[in-house]
Write a protein that binds this ligand. Structure first.
Ligand SMILES: Nc1ncnc2c1ncn2[C@@H]1O[C@H](COP(=O)(O)OP(=O)(O)OP(=O)(O)O)[C@@H](O)[C@H]1O
Length: 281
């Protein structure tokens, strides 16, 4: 079954999140320049540049260990790179200024690969964690209502609110993680391999959910994936990490033609051909 997703890739949503830079303003929502990340002798990134534009879904791909997660962590300020500039929503992500750091945190939602839910809290309590941190003055009943709204937005039934993560399927846990990532209505969403571990039907449903939410909420999405179907189904542009940097960043049909051994193997190797055949079937 080919994945069918509402709204075509490359068609950015009409309405952007109010905190997003205006489209056409020339201002990216994430700007990375000259990024260097090293672990001891190992150089992961060396002079990496990347722009993420308002309202797009950008897919980040690359071989295992090319530094996709390290890049995401550096952008989110969860890791201090050795060199480079990183701006998020016009703010310096490498600042020591606590107010700016908090503003970035407040405006970015993250779905980590394993969902990263607190196992001893229910789904509803997990979603309320960021609400408590940033809106501690809200009455409990309103926080509960907001958590319920996010859980429904993420496509979970209302009764999931009172379940522990261990009582959910893998796909439902991803949706619960997504609900928490959306708790504060961020303009910018980071997803680390959201469809990993899901069966093809569950993965296709998750792709649809991401596209629908991105269009409805005017989100910009930074999406790390190995999933070719996701790239074709929902990504407006694809950035390929190789040789310690972004070697190409463009709409997928341009990336497919890019002359680089990893790109050619990934997009034209046996697995890619199988995915292509599935799409054409
Ligand atoms: N805290 C750390 N300490 C030492 N090395 C690290 C650390 N975090 C990441 N690395 C190394 O940096 C490299 C890039 O890791 P990263 O997790 O970003 O890769 P990735 O592209 O996301 O890989 P995958 O597709 O397998 O998830 C790897 O070689 C990894 O071992």
């Amino acid at each position: 079954m080919a994945r069918r997703v509402p709204g075509s890739p490359n068609a950015a949503p009409d309405a952007l999140h109010p905190l997003c830079p205006r489209r056409g303003s020339g201002q990216p929502i994430v700007r990375v320049r000259g990024l260097v990340n090293r672990f001891g002798e190992q150089v992961v990134h060396e002079g990496l540049d990347l722009d993420v534009w308002p309202g797009e879904i950008i897919g980040i791909v690359g071989g295992s260990g090319t530094g996709k997660s390290v890049l995401m962590r550096a952008i989110l300020g969860l890791r201090e790179p050795q060199e480079g500039e990183i701006e998020v929503l016009g703010l310096n992500a490498r600042t020591d200024d606590a107010t700016q750091r908090r503003a970035i945190e407040r405006n970015t939602g993250v779905l980590f690969q394993d969902g990263a839910l607190f196992s001893s809290l229910t789904v509803g309590e997990n979603v309320q964690v960021p609400l408590k941190e940033y809106h501690g003055d809200l009455p409990d009943s309103l926080r509960y209502e907001l958590a319920l709204l996010k859980v429904k937005l993420a496509g979970l039934p209302a009764d999931a609110l009172n379940k522990l993560p261990s009582q959910l399927s893998g796909g439902m846990r991803k949706r619960a993680g997504l609900a928490r990532a959306l708790a504060l209505d961020p303009p910018l969403l980071f997803l680390d391999e959201p469809t990993a571990g899901l069966d093809p039907i569950g993965a296709a449903a998750f792709d649809r959910l991401i596209r629908t939410l991105q269009q409805a909420l005017g989100l910009t999405v930074f999406l790390i994936t190995h999933d070719l179907d996701t790239l074709y189904a929902i990504c407006d542009r694809v950035a390929v990490l190789a040789d310690r940097k972004v070697v190409v960043c463009a709409p997928i049909h341009e990336v497919e033609r890019f002359d680089h051994p990893w790109v050619q193997e990934y997009f034209h190797g046996p697995r890619a051909r199988a995915a292509q055949n599935t799409r054409e079937a």
